[in-house]
Design a protein around this ligand. Sequence first.
Ligand code: UFG
Length: 332
Amino acid sequence: MSILVTGGLGFIGSHTVVALIKEGYKVVIADNLSNSKIEVLNALENLTNETIPFYQIDVIDEDAVSRLFENQKFSGVIHFAGYKAVGESVNEPLKYYRNNLLSTITLANICQKKGVKKFIFSSSATVYGSNRVPFDETMQLLPTTNPYGETKAMCERILGDLVQANGDFEVALLRYFNPIGAHPSGGIGEAPNGIPNNLMPFITQVATGKLKELQVFGDDYPTPDGTGVRDYIHVMDLAEGHVAALENSKPGVHIYNLGTGKGTSVLEFIETFERVNKIKIPYKVVPRRVGDVAYSYADVSKAKRELNWTAKRNLEHMCRDAWNFEKLNSKD
Ligand code: UFG
């Protein structure tokens, strides 16, 4: 029996594949390569010394997913596949609703038909909106400011309703904070297409000289230095959180924050990256980015209590590993 990892060649999916195989799981990857590269499969096979079955399919394609479930037997599913660019989701909302909702519905439907009960879903801290920090899992969700965030909140509700109707389903909704970093080998990491939207990949491209300078989006937030505060988590810690969720899977719907519980401002982040990697990051402060909140960090006590999981790596590790990956893999 294997674990099906959809989006297994993407940033978080690929690191989770490594963590699963390290713990002895057999893994099958389904990925449509829309935002990932087939080379990641070779890198994963090198890192794990395993041949990993790979299906280039779209998870909204019901026939293709049904055939996959005929070919392979699964004890659980981890569903990463989805679009994730916040800005793009504002410009192309239907693309986001169609893909992110239909993939989740299709996969859950086939799991139900085939009796696969363990279902882990990639959610996001974005569902908390502008709640008070630290965000905890019992909070009433507030509207997010973009269709991407809405798809996460909607998928959470869809899976919750499925559990209501079908009590032996075991659903874990994992709310990620800000995953960054890379596998310490530099074999896999974050490789966004085009100009990055997120802070770490933008900084590593400034560090290589590919981009001229970082724009800091606002220094007039009600935070100690005026810049946005986020809970950055090493992608390997996040990956291990998925293994913990799988091992502690139980009937019902269970929500867990996966973060460190520690907030870091943009200026603190830049200072840490510069110190750890001994590279100057030129930046200028520009107006706030629409949709950003001042603060986002997790109350991580539930994951610790119920999954026996906490993040082990700090921001220094994240900056070191992200830069190592960029140096080894940037083309210029
Ligand atoms: N930032 C900059 N300059 C940049 C990029 C980001 O100053 O070029 C700032 C942002 O304003 C924010 C912080 O750096 O204060 C982090 O921004 P990211 O874009 O890296 O991450 P976000 O917190 O905006 O978004 C991330 C994920 C989303 C997810 C959200 C959940 O990218 O998918 O966390 O809170 F929805």
